[in-house]
Design a protein around this ligand. Structure first.
Ligand code: ZN
Length: 313
């Protein structure tokens, strides 16, 4: 239920209002994701039995920690986030003022090395404890050691203290490294990322967000793209819906002819193979081109693709 935009807004102010609303939306959505992931951690810790897979708990805890430790994450209450859309113009003005003041204050606080706030009802100790335990059993010893070290400076339930102290000692006998197959690889720039990343769960090299499935919080092999600026939304949608040219021209019996090295070759292909078509090639090409032009440290931009590539999708 959005409040109608105040009528006396100038274009610049209207733009700022829209930006604030969009930022609010992402913040609220992130908050919903966090509470959903946390529900698994909470039941893993609180319930006597768990049916959750170790990887599931590990991914949930890692996702939560990467988001909550990020400087881009703000732990302001949901009511404050909703105030802008649900209140009148005064609420909106007050909200904008507050956000600006908090942003200035927040950066000052972080430079002093304070722990960030977490949203209401979420326990940092639960997340770290689940993360440490699962990391240890999955072979991410370096991560487990970091998590236990962080737990040492937090207040934990007295009944856990002994166990944590023991585990903290035991983990020191393990190699200070993580199992290679646990390290996430960015789907865009193919960089192997560390497990802990305090940049809102994105690639440390190119900034592409890791997109997780809500079924186990695994990372999905997805790459974000944006149609070129001169392509309207409707046109882009109809282009994507179109049958790719390469597939249309293929013979229906599975045989296709080609010339390779001056000789005519006839080959039998067993249906369309994923990753083997001209369509995916065009997108992969665009994606890798964009990744190679990327300058580390620049703000993240999704891959731009043209009409030709959209048709091939
Ligand atoms: Zn990347």
């Amino acid at each position: 239920v959005a409040a109608p935009p105040p009528s006396d807004l100038g274009p610049a102010e209207a733009l700022r209002r829209n930006e604030a609303l969009a930022a609010n939306f992402w913040e609220l959505r992130r908050r919903a994701d966090i509470y959903y992931a946390y529900s698994y951690i909470h039941s893993y810790i609180q319930e006597p039995f768990t049916t959750l897979l170790p990887e599931h708990v590990f991914n949930c805890a890692l996702f939560l920690w990467n988001i909550l430790a990020s400087s881009g994450f703000s732990a302001q209450p949901v009511q404050a986030l909703l105030a802008q859309v649900q209140g009148g113009p005064e609420a909106e003005a007050a909200y904008l003022e507050k956000v600006r003041a908090e942003a200035a204050q927040g950066s000052a606080q972080q430079s002093r090395g304070h722990l960030k706030e977490v949203p209401l009802g979420i326990s940092r100790v639960y997340i770290l404890y689940a993360l440490a335990k699962q990391a240890q059993s999955l072979g991410a010893c370096r991560l487990a050691r970091t998590a236990y070290d962080k737990l040492q400076v937090l207040r934990v339930p007295p009944s856990w203290q002994h166990q944590i102290d023991l585990a903290c000692l035991a983990i020191r006998s393990k190699p200070y490294s993580d199992q290679d197959d646990l390290l996430p690889v960015c789907n865009w720039c193919m960089t192997t990322n560390p497990l802990l990343r305090s940049n809102l769960d994105a690639c440390t090299n190119c900034g592409h967000p890791f997109i997780r499935t809500f079924l186990g919080f695994d990372i999905l092999p997805l790459v974000e793209f944006q149609p070129d600026t001169d392509i309207a939304l409707e046109e882009a949608q109809s282009l994507i819906a179109q049958e790719p040219n390469a597939r249309k021209s293929q013979n229906s019996d599975g045989w296709h002819e080609s010339t390779r090295g001056g000789a005519e070759v006839m080959s039998l292909s067993e249906g369309p193979m994923p990753g083997d078509e001209a369509g995916t090639d065009l997108f992969v090409q665009k994606m890798l081109d964009a990744a190679s032009y990327f300058v580390p440290g620049e703000p993240y931009q999704p891959v731009r693709i043209d009409r030709e590539t959209l048709v091939e999708l």
